[in-house]
Design a protein around this ligand. Structure first.
Ligand code: BG6
Length: 306
């Protein structure tokens, strides 16, 4: 896109979707268009690149979502932090052969479809991504994704997939949510005590020991769990509840020292201040959809005092 056509497209988005005092569409980092939301209850920022929520802060709390200072903000590159959307596969996919990692949805510009204010003052931002040459080069299916982000006292993200083709299809998905924590070594996660998990670090499947998840090394696990989790953050004195629907996997990740150093778009010393708790359907929980079928997965994040 030329500078002139980018400016015209931004002006058109502003004209259609800005809500004075509450919603402003602006170019942000990397010159990418971003929806800035500010209500009586919360503020948020959502890039159209990847339909990516990079900021959410309810009034009375500090920011809920971690963002790396080293993140890229560029076409065809993922943003490090916030809530990347992984689709139509997670990691290298169910058979470890797919590329790019975590799929293409986080690499492409989405279309802003609507911005609405609800009677309770929350703001709903709807973005879509349809099959195109850019998606067919990776995945030969007709589909439409929509991502509905509701900014209010909680943050609700609702990812809907619609199979628009003539064949059955299967996909993986994740709302790969990066949370700010005061210190990962003083943070626990409850809600996964009864679930088994695959560990990418140790390899293999394990049963939970019945206790909350604690962190003292690189942790990269896919739990079989549809349950609500709570991030209990002793240092910040905060609890964040992650409530989900139509999600049967929960991914828990902290890179720790060496993996942090190996990632070019992540600061060497940022790992103590973050944890990913991802609302997902991956591996054996992949979603299968017949022609015309739809599937909606949601995650609702609510921050409060502990
Ligand atoms: C997590 C995976 O969800 O994402 C990890 O479980 C991975 O294995 C991490 O390292 C980050 O992935 P990426 O592609 O954003 O560097």
């Amino acid at each position: 896109m030329t500078d002139n056509s980018a400016a015209a497209s931004l002006a058109s988005l502003k004209q259609q979707f800005d809500i004075p005092g509450k919603v402003a569409i602006k170019t942000a980092k990397g010159n990418l268009p971003c929806v800035h939301v500010k209500t009586a209850d919360a503020s948020a920022a959502i890039y159209l690149h990847g339909a990516h929520v990079t900021h959410y802060q309810p009034v009375g709390s500090s920011p809920v979502l971690f963002m790396s200072d080293k993140s890229d903000f560029a076409p065809n590159k993922p943003i490090r932090g916030g809530v990347p959307i992984c689709f139509p596969w997670f990691g290298q996919g169910p058979d470890d052969a797919q590329n790019p990692p975590h799929g293409f949805a986080r690499l492409l510009p989405w279309t802003l479809a609507s911005v609405d204010e609800q009677p309770d003052g929350s703001i709903v931002v709807l973005m879509t991504l349809a099959a195109s040459d850019a998606t067919r080069q990776y995945w030969p299916h007709d589909f439409e994704l929509s991502h509905r982000v509701t900014v209010g006292k909680s943050l609700t993200m609702s990812l809907e997939m619609w199979n628009k083709g003539n064949d059955d299809l299967a996909f993986e998905e994740a709302l790969h949510t990066y949370f700010v924590v005061g210190d990962i070594r003083k943070t626990t996660i409850t809600g996964l005590e009864k679930s088994s998990y695959l560990s990418k670090v140790e390899g293999g499947r394990y049963n939970s020991d019945g206790k909350p998840v604690t962190f003292d090394k690189q942790t990269d696990r896919v739990y079989d769990s549809a349950d609500t989790t709570v991030i209990d953050d002793v240092k910040l004195g905060r609890k964040i509840c992650v409530h989900k629907t139509q999600s049967r996997s929960t991914v828990v990740w902290n890179p720790w020292v060496e993996k942090a150093q190996a990632m070019p778009d992540f600061g060497d010393n940022e790992w103590p201040g973050m944890v990913c708790v991802e609302t997902a359907n991956v591996k054996s929980d992949s979603v299968h959809l017949p022609p015309g079928g739809r599937h909606v997965m949601t995650a609702t994040l609510t921050a409060g005092l502990r």
